[in-house]
Design a protein around this ligand. Structure first.
Ligand SMILES: Cc1ncc(COP(=O)(O)O)c(C=O)c1O
Length: 409
C-alpha cells in the first residue's frame, strides 16, 4: 500500500465504527517506520521517542529483524509446543547466556510472562513454603492487564473497575524495605518488583532497596521476581536492569523490546525456582518460531552492535539536554530522571499531555504517564544528532505551552 492509498479512507471514522473504544489515541495514523522515525498517512515525519512504548529497541524495521522474520516466514511459521523448535531453543540459549544460565519459558506478552512468574512462585510456595501464595508488589508499579497482573499492579486507577480481583496480592511503597518486611507473613511467597518503574513514571529503585530485597528473600525463603518487561532488553544500558544492582533475581520477566517489535514474552528462572514440570503451564503461540527468530536477531544485535554502551552514552547525553531545557524553562519542567534511554521529566503545571500534543505537531512523539510526567523511551540505535533534533523539537513544544494556564491550577 502506498502512502497515497493509505490516505484515501477516513481511518478515524472507520476505527470508531469497527474498533472498541479501548485506547485514547493521538490524532495521527502511522503507516511507515524506519530507524528512529515514523511517518503518518499524510507523509508527515516524526522522531519516535515512544518506540511502541519501549518495544522498538532497534528502531523500526531494523534489517536484522526484517531478515530474520523474512527467512523464518518462508521456512516454518508455527509449530505446537508438542515438538522441539530450533528458534525457541536458540533464543532461550541467548537469554541463558545473558542471565548466568536461567532457563526460559516463552509467551506472547508481558502480562502473560508475569502470570507465568506468579504461577511459578505459587508452585515454590506449595513445594517449599507450606502453601504460601501471596505476592508483595510495589505501589506505582505496573505488571499487566490480566486479572492477576492487575491485582499485582500498584495503581488504584487500574484496579477499581475490576474488583473482586484474585486474592493473594498486596502492595507496599516502592524503595521502602521496612514496609516489605512488615508486610511479609507466613502467606508470603514472593516479592515482585521493577528495578526501574516504567508506567509509574520512570523511577529507578535505590541500591539499598534492591540489595535489601535480595537479602530478605534469602533470609525468609522468598522468591524475588524482577519485572523487566519495560526496563529489560538493554534499555537501561545493561541487558537486564537488575544488573545495575549487583543482584540476581530468582525469576525474571521480559517482553516489549525482546523481539524488536514482534510480540513475545519470556519468563526466566534460576535453579532455585526451576520447578515447572510437564502440564504445569503452557501456551499455544508462545515460543513461536517467527517471534523467537526475531528475538535472537534482536538480542544478538543489541550485544554485537554495542547498543548497551550506546544506551548509556546517549542516555547521559539526553539527560544533559533535558537538564539544559529544565534550566531554560524552570517554571514548566524540572527534575530530569532515569537511566540509559529510559528518561522522564517532571512537568510542574500539569500540562504534560499538552506538551505531548505540541511535540507531535512539531514532529516528535513523546508520551506522558501522568499530568506531571513526560516520558522518553526512544530506540537504542539513536545518535547524538537525533537527540539534538529531539531537544530542539521538545524546546519548541515547551515554548508553546509556556504562557498557558496550569492544568491543575
Ligand atoms: C513493567 C511492565 N510489566 C508488564 C507490562 C505488561 O506488558 P504487556 O502489555 O505486553 O502485557 C508492562 C506494559 O507496559 C510493563 O511496563
Amino acid at each position: 500500500m502506498t502512502m497515497t492509498e493509505t490516505n484515501t479512507r477516513d481511518w478515524v471514522a472507520l476505527e470508531h465504527q469497527y474498533y472498541q473504544g479501548t485506547f485514547k489515541r493521538m490524532p495521527i495514523t502511522l503507516v511507515k517506520g524506519q530507524g528512529v522515525r515514523v511517518w503518518d498517512n499524510n507523509g508527515k515525519e516524526y522522531l519516535d521517542f515512544v518506540a511502541g512504548i519501549a518495544v522498538n529497541v532497534l528502531g523500526h524495521c531494523h534489517p536484522a529483524v526484517v531478515e530474520a522474520v523474512q527467512q523464518q516466514v518462508t521456512q516454518l511459521v508455527h509449530v505446537s509446543n508438542l515438538y522441539y523448535n530450533v528458534r525457541q531453543i536458540e533464543l532461550a540459549e541467548q537469554l541463558g547466556l545473558r542471565s548466568n544460565g536461567m532457563r526460559s519459558f516463552f509467551s506472547n506478552s508481558g502480562a502473560e510472562a508475569n502470570e507465568g512468574a506468579i504461577k511459578l512462585a505459587r508452585k515454590f510456595g506449595r513445594v517449599h513454603r507450606n502453601g504460601a501464595y501471596e505476592v508483595i508488589s510495589m505501589e506505582r508499579s505496573f505488571h499487566g492487564r490480566t486479572l492477576a497482573t492487575t491485582a499485582a499492579t500498584g495503581q488504584a486507577a487500574y484496579q477499581a473497575t475490576w474488583v473482586p480481583l484474585p486474592d493473594g496480592f498486596k502492595q507496599v511503597p516502592y524503595n521502602d524495605l521496612e514496609a516489605v518486611k512488615q508486610a511479609t507473613s507466613e502467606k508470603t511467597v514472593a516479592i515482585l518488583v521493577e528495578a526501574v518503574q516504567g508506567e509509574g513514571g520512570i523511577w529507578p529503585a535505590s541500591r539499598e532497596f534492591m540489595q535489601g530485597l535480595r537479602q530478605w528473600c534469602d533470609e525468609q525463603n522468598l522468591v524475588l521476581i524482577c519485572d523487566e518487561v519495560q526496563a529489560g532488553s538493554g534499555r537501561t544500558g545493561k541487558f537486564f536492569s537488575w544488573e545495575h544492582y549487583d543482584i540476581r533475581p530468582d525469576i525474571v520477566t521480559l517482553a516489549k523490546g525482546l523481539a524488536g517489535g514482534i510480540p513475545i514474552g519470556a519468563m526466566l528462572t534460576g535453579e532455585r525456582t526451576d520447578l515447572f514440570v510437564p502440564g504445569d503451564h503452557g501456551t499455544t503461540f508462545g515460543g513461536n518460531p517467527i517471534a523467537c527468530a526475531a528475538g535472537t536477531a534482536t538480542v544478538k544485535t543489541i550485544i554485537n552492535d554495542n547498543l548497551l554502551d550506546n544506551a548509556t552514552k546517549m542516555g547521559e547525553y539526553w539527560n544533559g539536554k533535558l537538564t539544559q531545557l529544565c534550566a531554560t524553562y524552570p517554571h514548566i519542567i524540572d527534575s530530569p530522571r532515569g537511566i540509559g534511554l529510559m528518561r522522564a521529566v517532571h512537568v510542574n503545571n500539569g500540562l504534560a499531555s499538552t506538551i505531548v500534543q505540541k511535540a507531535l505537531e512539531h514532529g516528535l512523539l513523546l508520551n506522558s504517564t501522568s499530568p506531571d510526567t513526560l516520558r522518553m523511551i526512544p530506540p537504542l540505535v539513536l545518535t547524538q544528532s537525533d537527540l539534538d533534533e529531539a531537544a530542539d523539537l521538545l524546546s519548541r513544544a515547551i515554548a508553546d505551552v509556556a504562557d498557558l494556564p496550569a492544568a491543575n491550577a
